[in-house]
Write a new protein. Sequence first.
Length: 356
Amino acid sequence: SWPSLVNDIRHGTIDPSISIPDNIYKQLLKSNTPDALRANELEAEFAKGFRGIAKRIWPTLNLILSVNTGSVALYASRLEQYIETGEGVDPIVCYSPLYGASEGLMGVNLDPNGKTYVLVPSALFFEFIPLAQSSVPSHSSDHHEEVKEMPVLLNDQPDTLLINQLQRDECYELVITNPSGLFRYRVGDVVKVVDFMNTLPVIEFQFRIGQLLNVRGEKTSEKSFYEAMRSEDLKWGGDSLVDYTSFESLWEEEVSASVPSYSVYVELENETLLTNSDRLALDQQLCISNPIYQTFREKGSIDPLILNVVKKGTFARLRDLMIENGSGANQVKTPRVLRAAQHVHFVQENRIQTLA
């Protein structure tokens, strides 16, 4: 809370309730000197509210370098209220300059206000798998408790295209070869060609392979799911959406496997309990964002989604769990579709409400 932060700045202390390793805590404490003037400035601004706070406490702030696509788009959208500026004040630009991974640089964003990237063929050798030939999530297991992770069946030897063969408005899975020895490596990213800069494709990230909800072949992508979750028509009981994830209903013991559905888990800022109307409103938004899902819903082949509210802090603890299990701290992202049984059981154990 901000009063605790202001108090620490004023007195040169660190709130002992904050979970920090002892060695880091001691190092920070040595360098943290009292600054009553700055504490008073911050206290006055915080008391006015946090909308537009960034420019008020850092007047020269003009640019934020960030990642703002894919699974982190939710967090970027939550930042907007804090970085908005008043009339006549230059806006703060939230800029994602590069598209890359540990395997190498893949694209450069030439538009500070955009979310598209020009591919860089001098950094990597690219191949592209048309999405239709890429993969299909598997749901063949009859006993989900025996499955440690939901498999994704990849087409082992799909045909690939080269960079000069791509078509506008088509989606492709990326395959790269890099100077470090990765040969024809499937990164797992699906991108859409939205334009060309001369002969170079301009691409937009869509989703990760394995992050599709798919119970009848409807293939609800991470992007479609996000668009539904962020619809202005969803009110979340007047609360704010902190984070979310999902999985197919076969993981839910109490749900009949004869008619599958999606099970969606949300964390809200104030742990507000929702209503059945909230559940149906989200289901309707999924129908809008994925017309094929709507078709199966209208035929009764897919049931309305199950909506679960979890305890506050659940997703922070989920990320801690992923790090404990070997994921790199700087690479951990909340999966929008859970595949590992351990992660599914974790969010299930933190439910405070289920609407079905």
